[in-house]
Design a protein around this ligand. Structure first.
Ligand code: HEM
Length: 461
């Protein structure tokens, strides 16, 4: 029926392609196994059949909003247990998606970033001060500390809670409970697809419930405490106080809780992974580091502890290219799913019905040899405007596509550029020359065991 796609390795009865997938690094092993299969391939794991596309041309087609829209594969649908009909996990036709999208877009514009800028500066300064105190104890664990930083920035920007991540060795109970709830939720999504997985998921549910209840109760208390106040200085304030200009509708307290959880989940590891990969590449490419530092020194001056004004962040053009190039090689959200609005032929060849979906495999698209020369080489200048113009429009999609693209893109970029710039301004960085990049897969991709030795710069000259 035109729907058989190449698959990696030797397919076995019942388990299908299960043995092709390394459970500790499913995305990377799947990418490796799919090399040479062409622009579209499939994976059948037990009862699940997943179709992937890995070329810029097919991605462009799936990004046509008139024909395709976001789909929710089981792993994303599983997140609905705690993020409900929040922006990320809502089905396209759920009324709360449209409402929340319209109410929240203004809270994520470039100009809205001006109001989050002081929080971002303050949190980054706390991390750097913490590092100053830690230096005597040896190298810093980059992914761990970047994850603390992005979580802390989000909790402060979203609901003005300071969890003191850099003042205490132990994570705040809220952060610990949320991380446990998330991890359990992710495992639940996986086991549900196994034979007998329902019972396992039920067992996990019992464990999950305690942590999730704690997180939910805390957020519900916070929402209740702020209800009635007209303060709009953070995301929670905006969600409580802004009504739809035409219909007057507002988000319900439960939906506000879903949105807060969504921002925390969608915004923290994604950004910390991007920061960590960028630092990995900077530490490995001395010319790139020198160019980044020249740019920042030129804009921030002699004092290594200087922090930028809001307007200065957009001027770190080279640092921004470093971030873009890191997200090309390691898109921290490794893919997104698109399904047809009506039955259609993809590439005039592959039939797709409304219940089908294809996953855009960003690790493959961002290295499509039709588009990217020497795709494994780290070269931030690929993102010079004149080079971007030469490429087909949908060859780079780290923030997804169309209406359901990332609402937090500006937030992530502003924070990541600010942190990278000020970090290289303040510290000399040195990686362990024996470290080979290892990537751990949680909800997103993160460098594992990546450490940097930092030395404070005294003067920037
Ligand atoms: C959606 C990537 C940071 C909030 C998405 C999608 C991608 C993505 C690929 C689309 C997913 C899909 O189609 O299923 C990233 C990356 C980030 C990042 C790579 C950092 C480098 C953030 C931040 C926030 C955020 C900081 C919030 C503060 C969201 C939300 C959605 C989303 C709410 C769902 C939007 C909707 O469907 O209406 N993100 N994201 N993200 N992201 Fe991000």
């Amino acid at each position: 029926d035109g729907r058989q796609f190449p698959h990696p390795g030797h397919r076995r009865p019942v388990i299908g392609d299960l043995l092709t997938v390394d459970r500790s690094r499913p995305i990377q092993s799947m990418l490796e196994a799919s090399r040479g299969l062409g622009p579209i391939w499939e994976l059948q794991v037990l009862r699940q059949r997943l179709v992937f596309v890995g070329s810029a041309a097919l991605t462009a087609e799936l990004c046509e909003e008139t024909r395709f829209c976001k789909a929710l594969p089981p792993a994303v649908a599983a997140l609905r247990d705690y993020a409900g009909d929040g922006l990320f996990t809502a089905h396209n036709d759920e009324p709360n998606w449209q409402l929340a999208h319209e109410l929240l877009v203004p809270a994520f514009t470039k100009s809205a970033m001006r109001s989050y800028h002081p929080t971002m500066v303050e949190t980054a300064s706390e991390l750097f001060d913490y590092w100053d105190r830690q230096l005597a104890h040896g190298p810093v664990d980059v992914s761990r500390d970047m994850t603390k930083l992005t979580m802390e920035t989000l909790t402060r920007s979203a609901f003005s809670q300071d969890f003191g991540s850099f003042r205490s060795a132990e994570p705040h109970p809220f952060v610990a409970a949320m991380v446990t709830a998330l991890e359990t939720g992710r495992r639940k999504g996986t086991v549900r697809t196994l034979p007998g997985g329902g019972a396992l998921a039920w067992l996990l549910d019992r464990r999950f419930a305690r942590h999730q209840d704690y997180v939910d109760d805390m957020l519900d208390d916070l929402i209740a405490a702020r209800t009635g106040s007209d303060d709009q200085h953070d995301l929670l304030g905006i969600m409580l106080n802004v009504a739809h200009p035409e219909t007057g509708e507002r988000l319900s307290p439960v939906n506000i809780r879903y949105q807060i959880l969504t921002f925390l989940v969608a915004g923290h590891e994604t950004t910390s992974g991007a920061l960590s990969f960028a630092l990995h590449y900077l530490s490995r490419n001395p010319e790139c580091l020198a160019r980044a530092r020249d740019e920042v020194d030129g804009l921030l001056g002699d004092d290594p502890t200087a922090m930028p004004e809001f307007e200065q962040v957009a001027k770190f053009r080279y640092v921004r290219r470093v971030l873009d190039e890191s997200l090309r090689i390691w898109p921290t959200v490794p893919g997104f799913a698109r399904g047809p609005r009506e039955s259609t032929l993809l590439a005039d060849e592959y039939r797709m019905d409304p219940d089908d979906y294809a996953i855009v495999s960003l690790g493959a698209v961002h290295k499509d040899p039709e588009v990217w020369e020497e795709p494994d080489r780290f070269d931030p200048d690929r993102f010079l405007p004149e080079n971007v113009k030469k490429r087909p429009p949908h060859s780079y999609k780290p923030f997804g596509a169309g209406l359901r693209a990332c609402i937090g893109r500006q937030f992530a970029i502003h924070e990541a550029v600010l942190v990278l710039a000020t970090l290289v301004h303040r510290f000399d960085i040195q990686a362990d020359p024996d470290y080979d990049l290892r990537v751990t897969e949680r909800l997103t991709m993160l460098p594992e065991g990546f450490e940097l030795t930092l030395r404070p710069r005294t003067r920037t000259a």
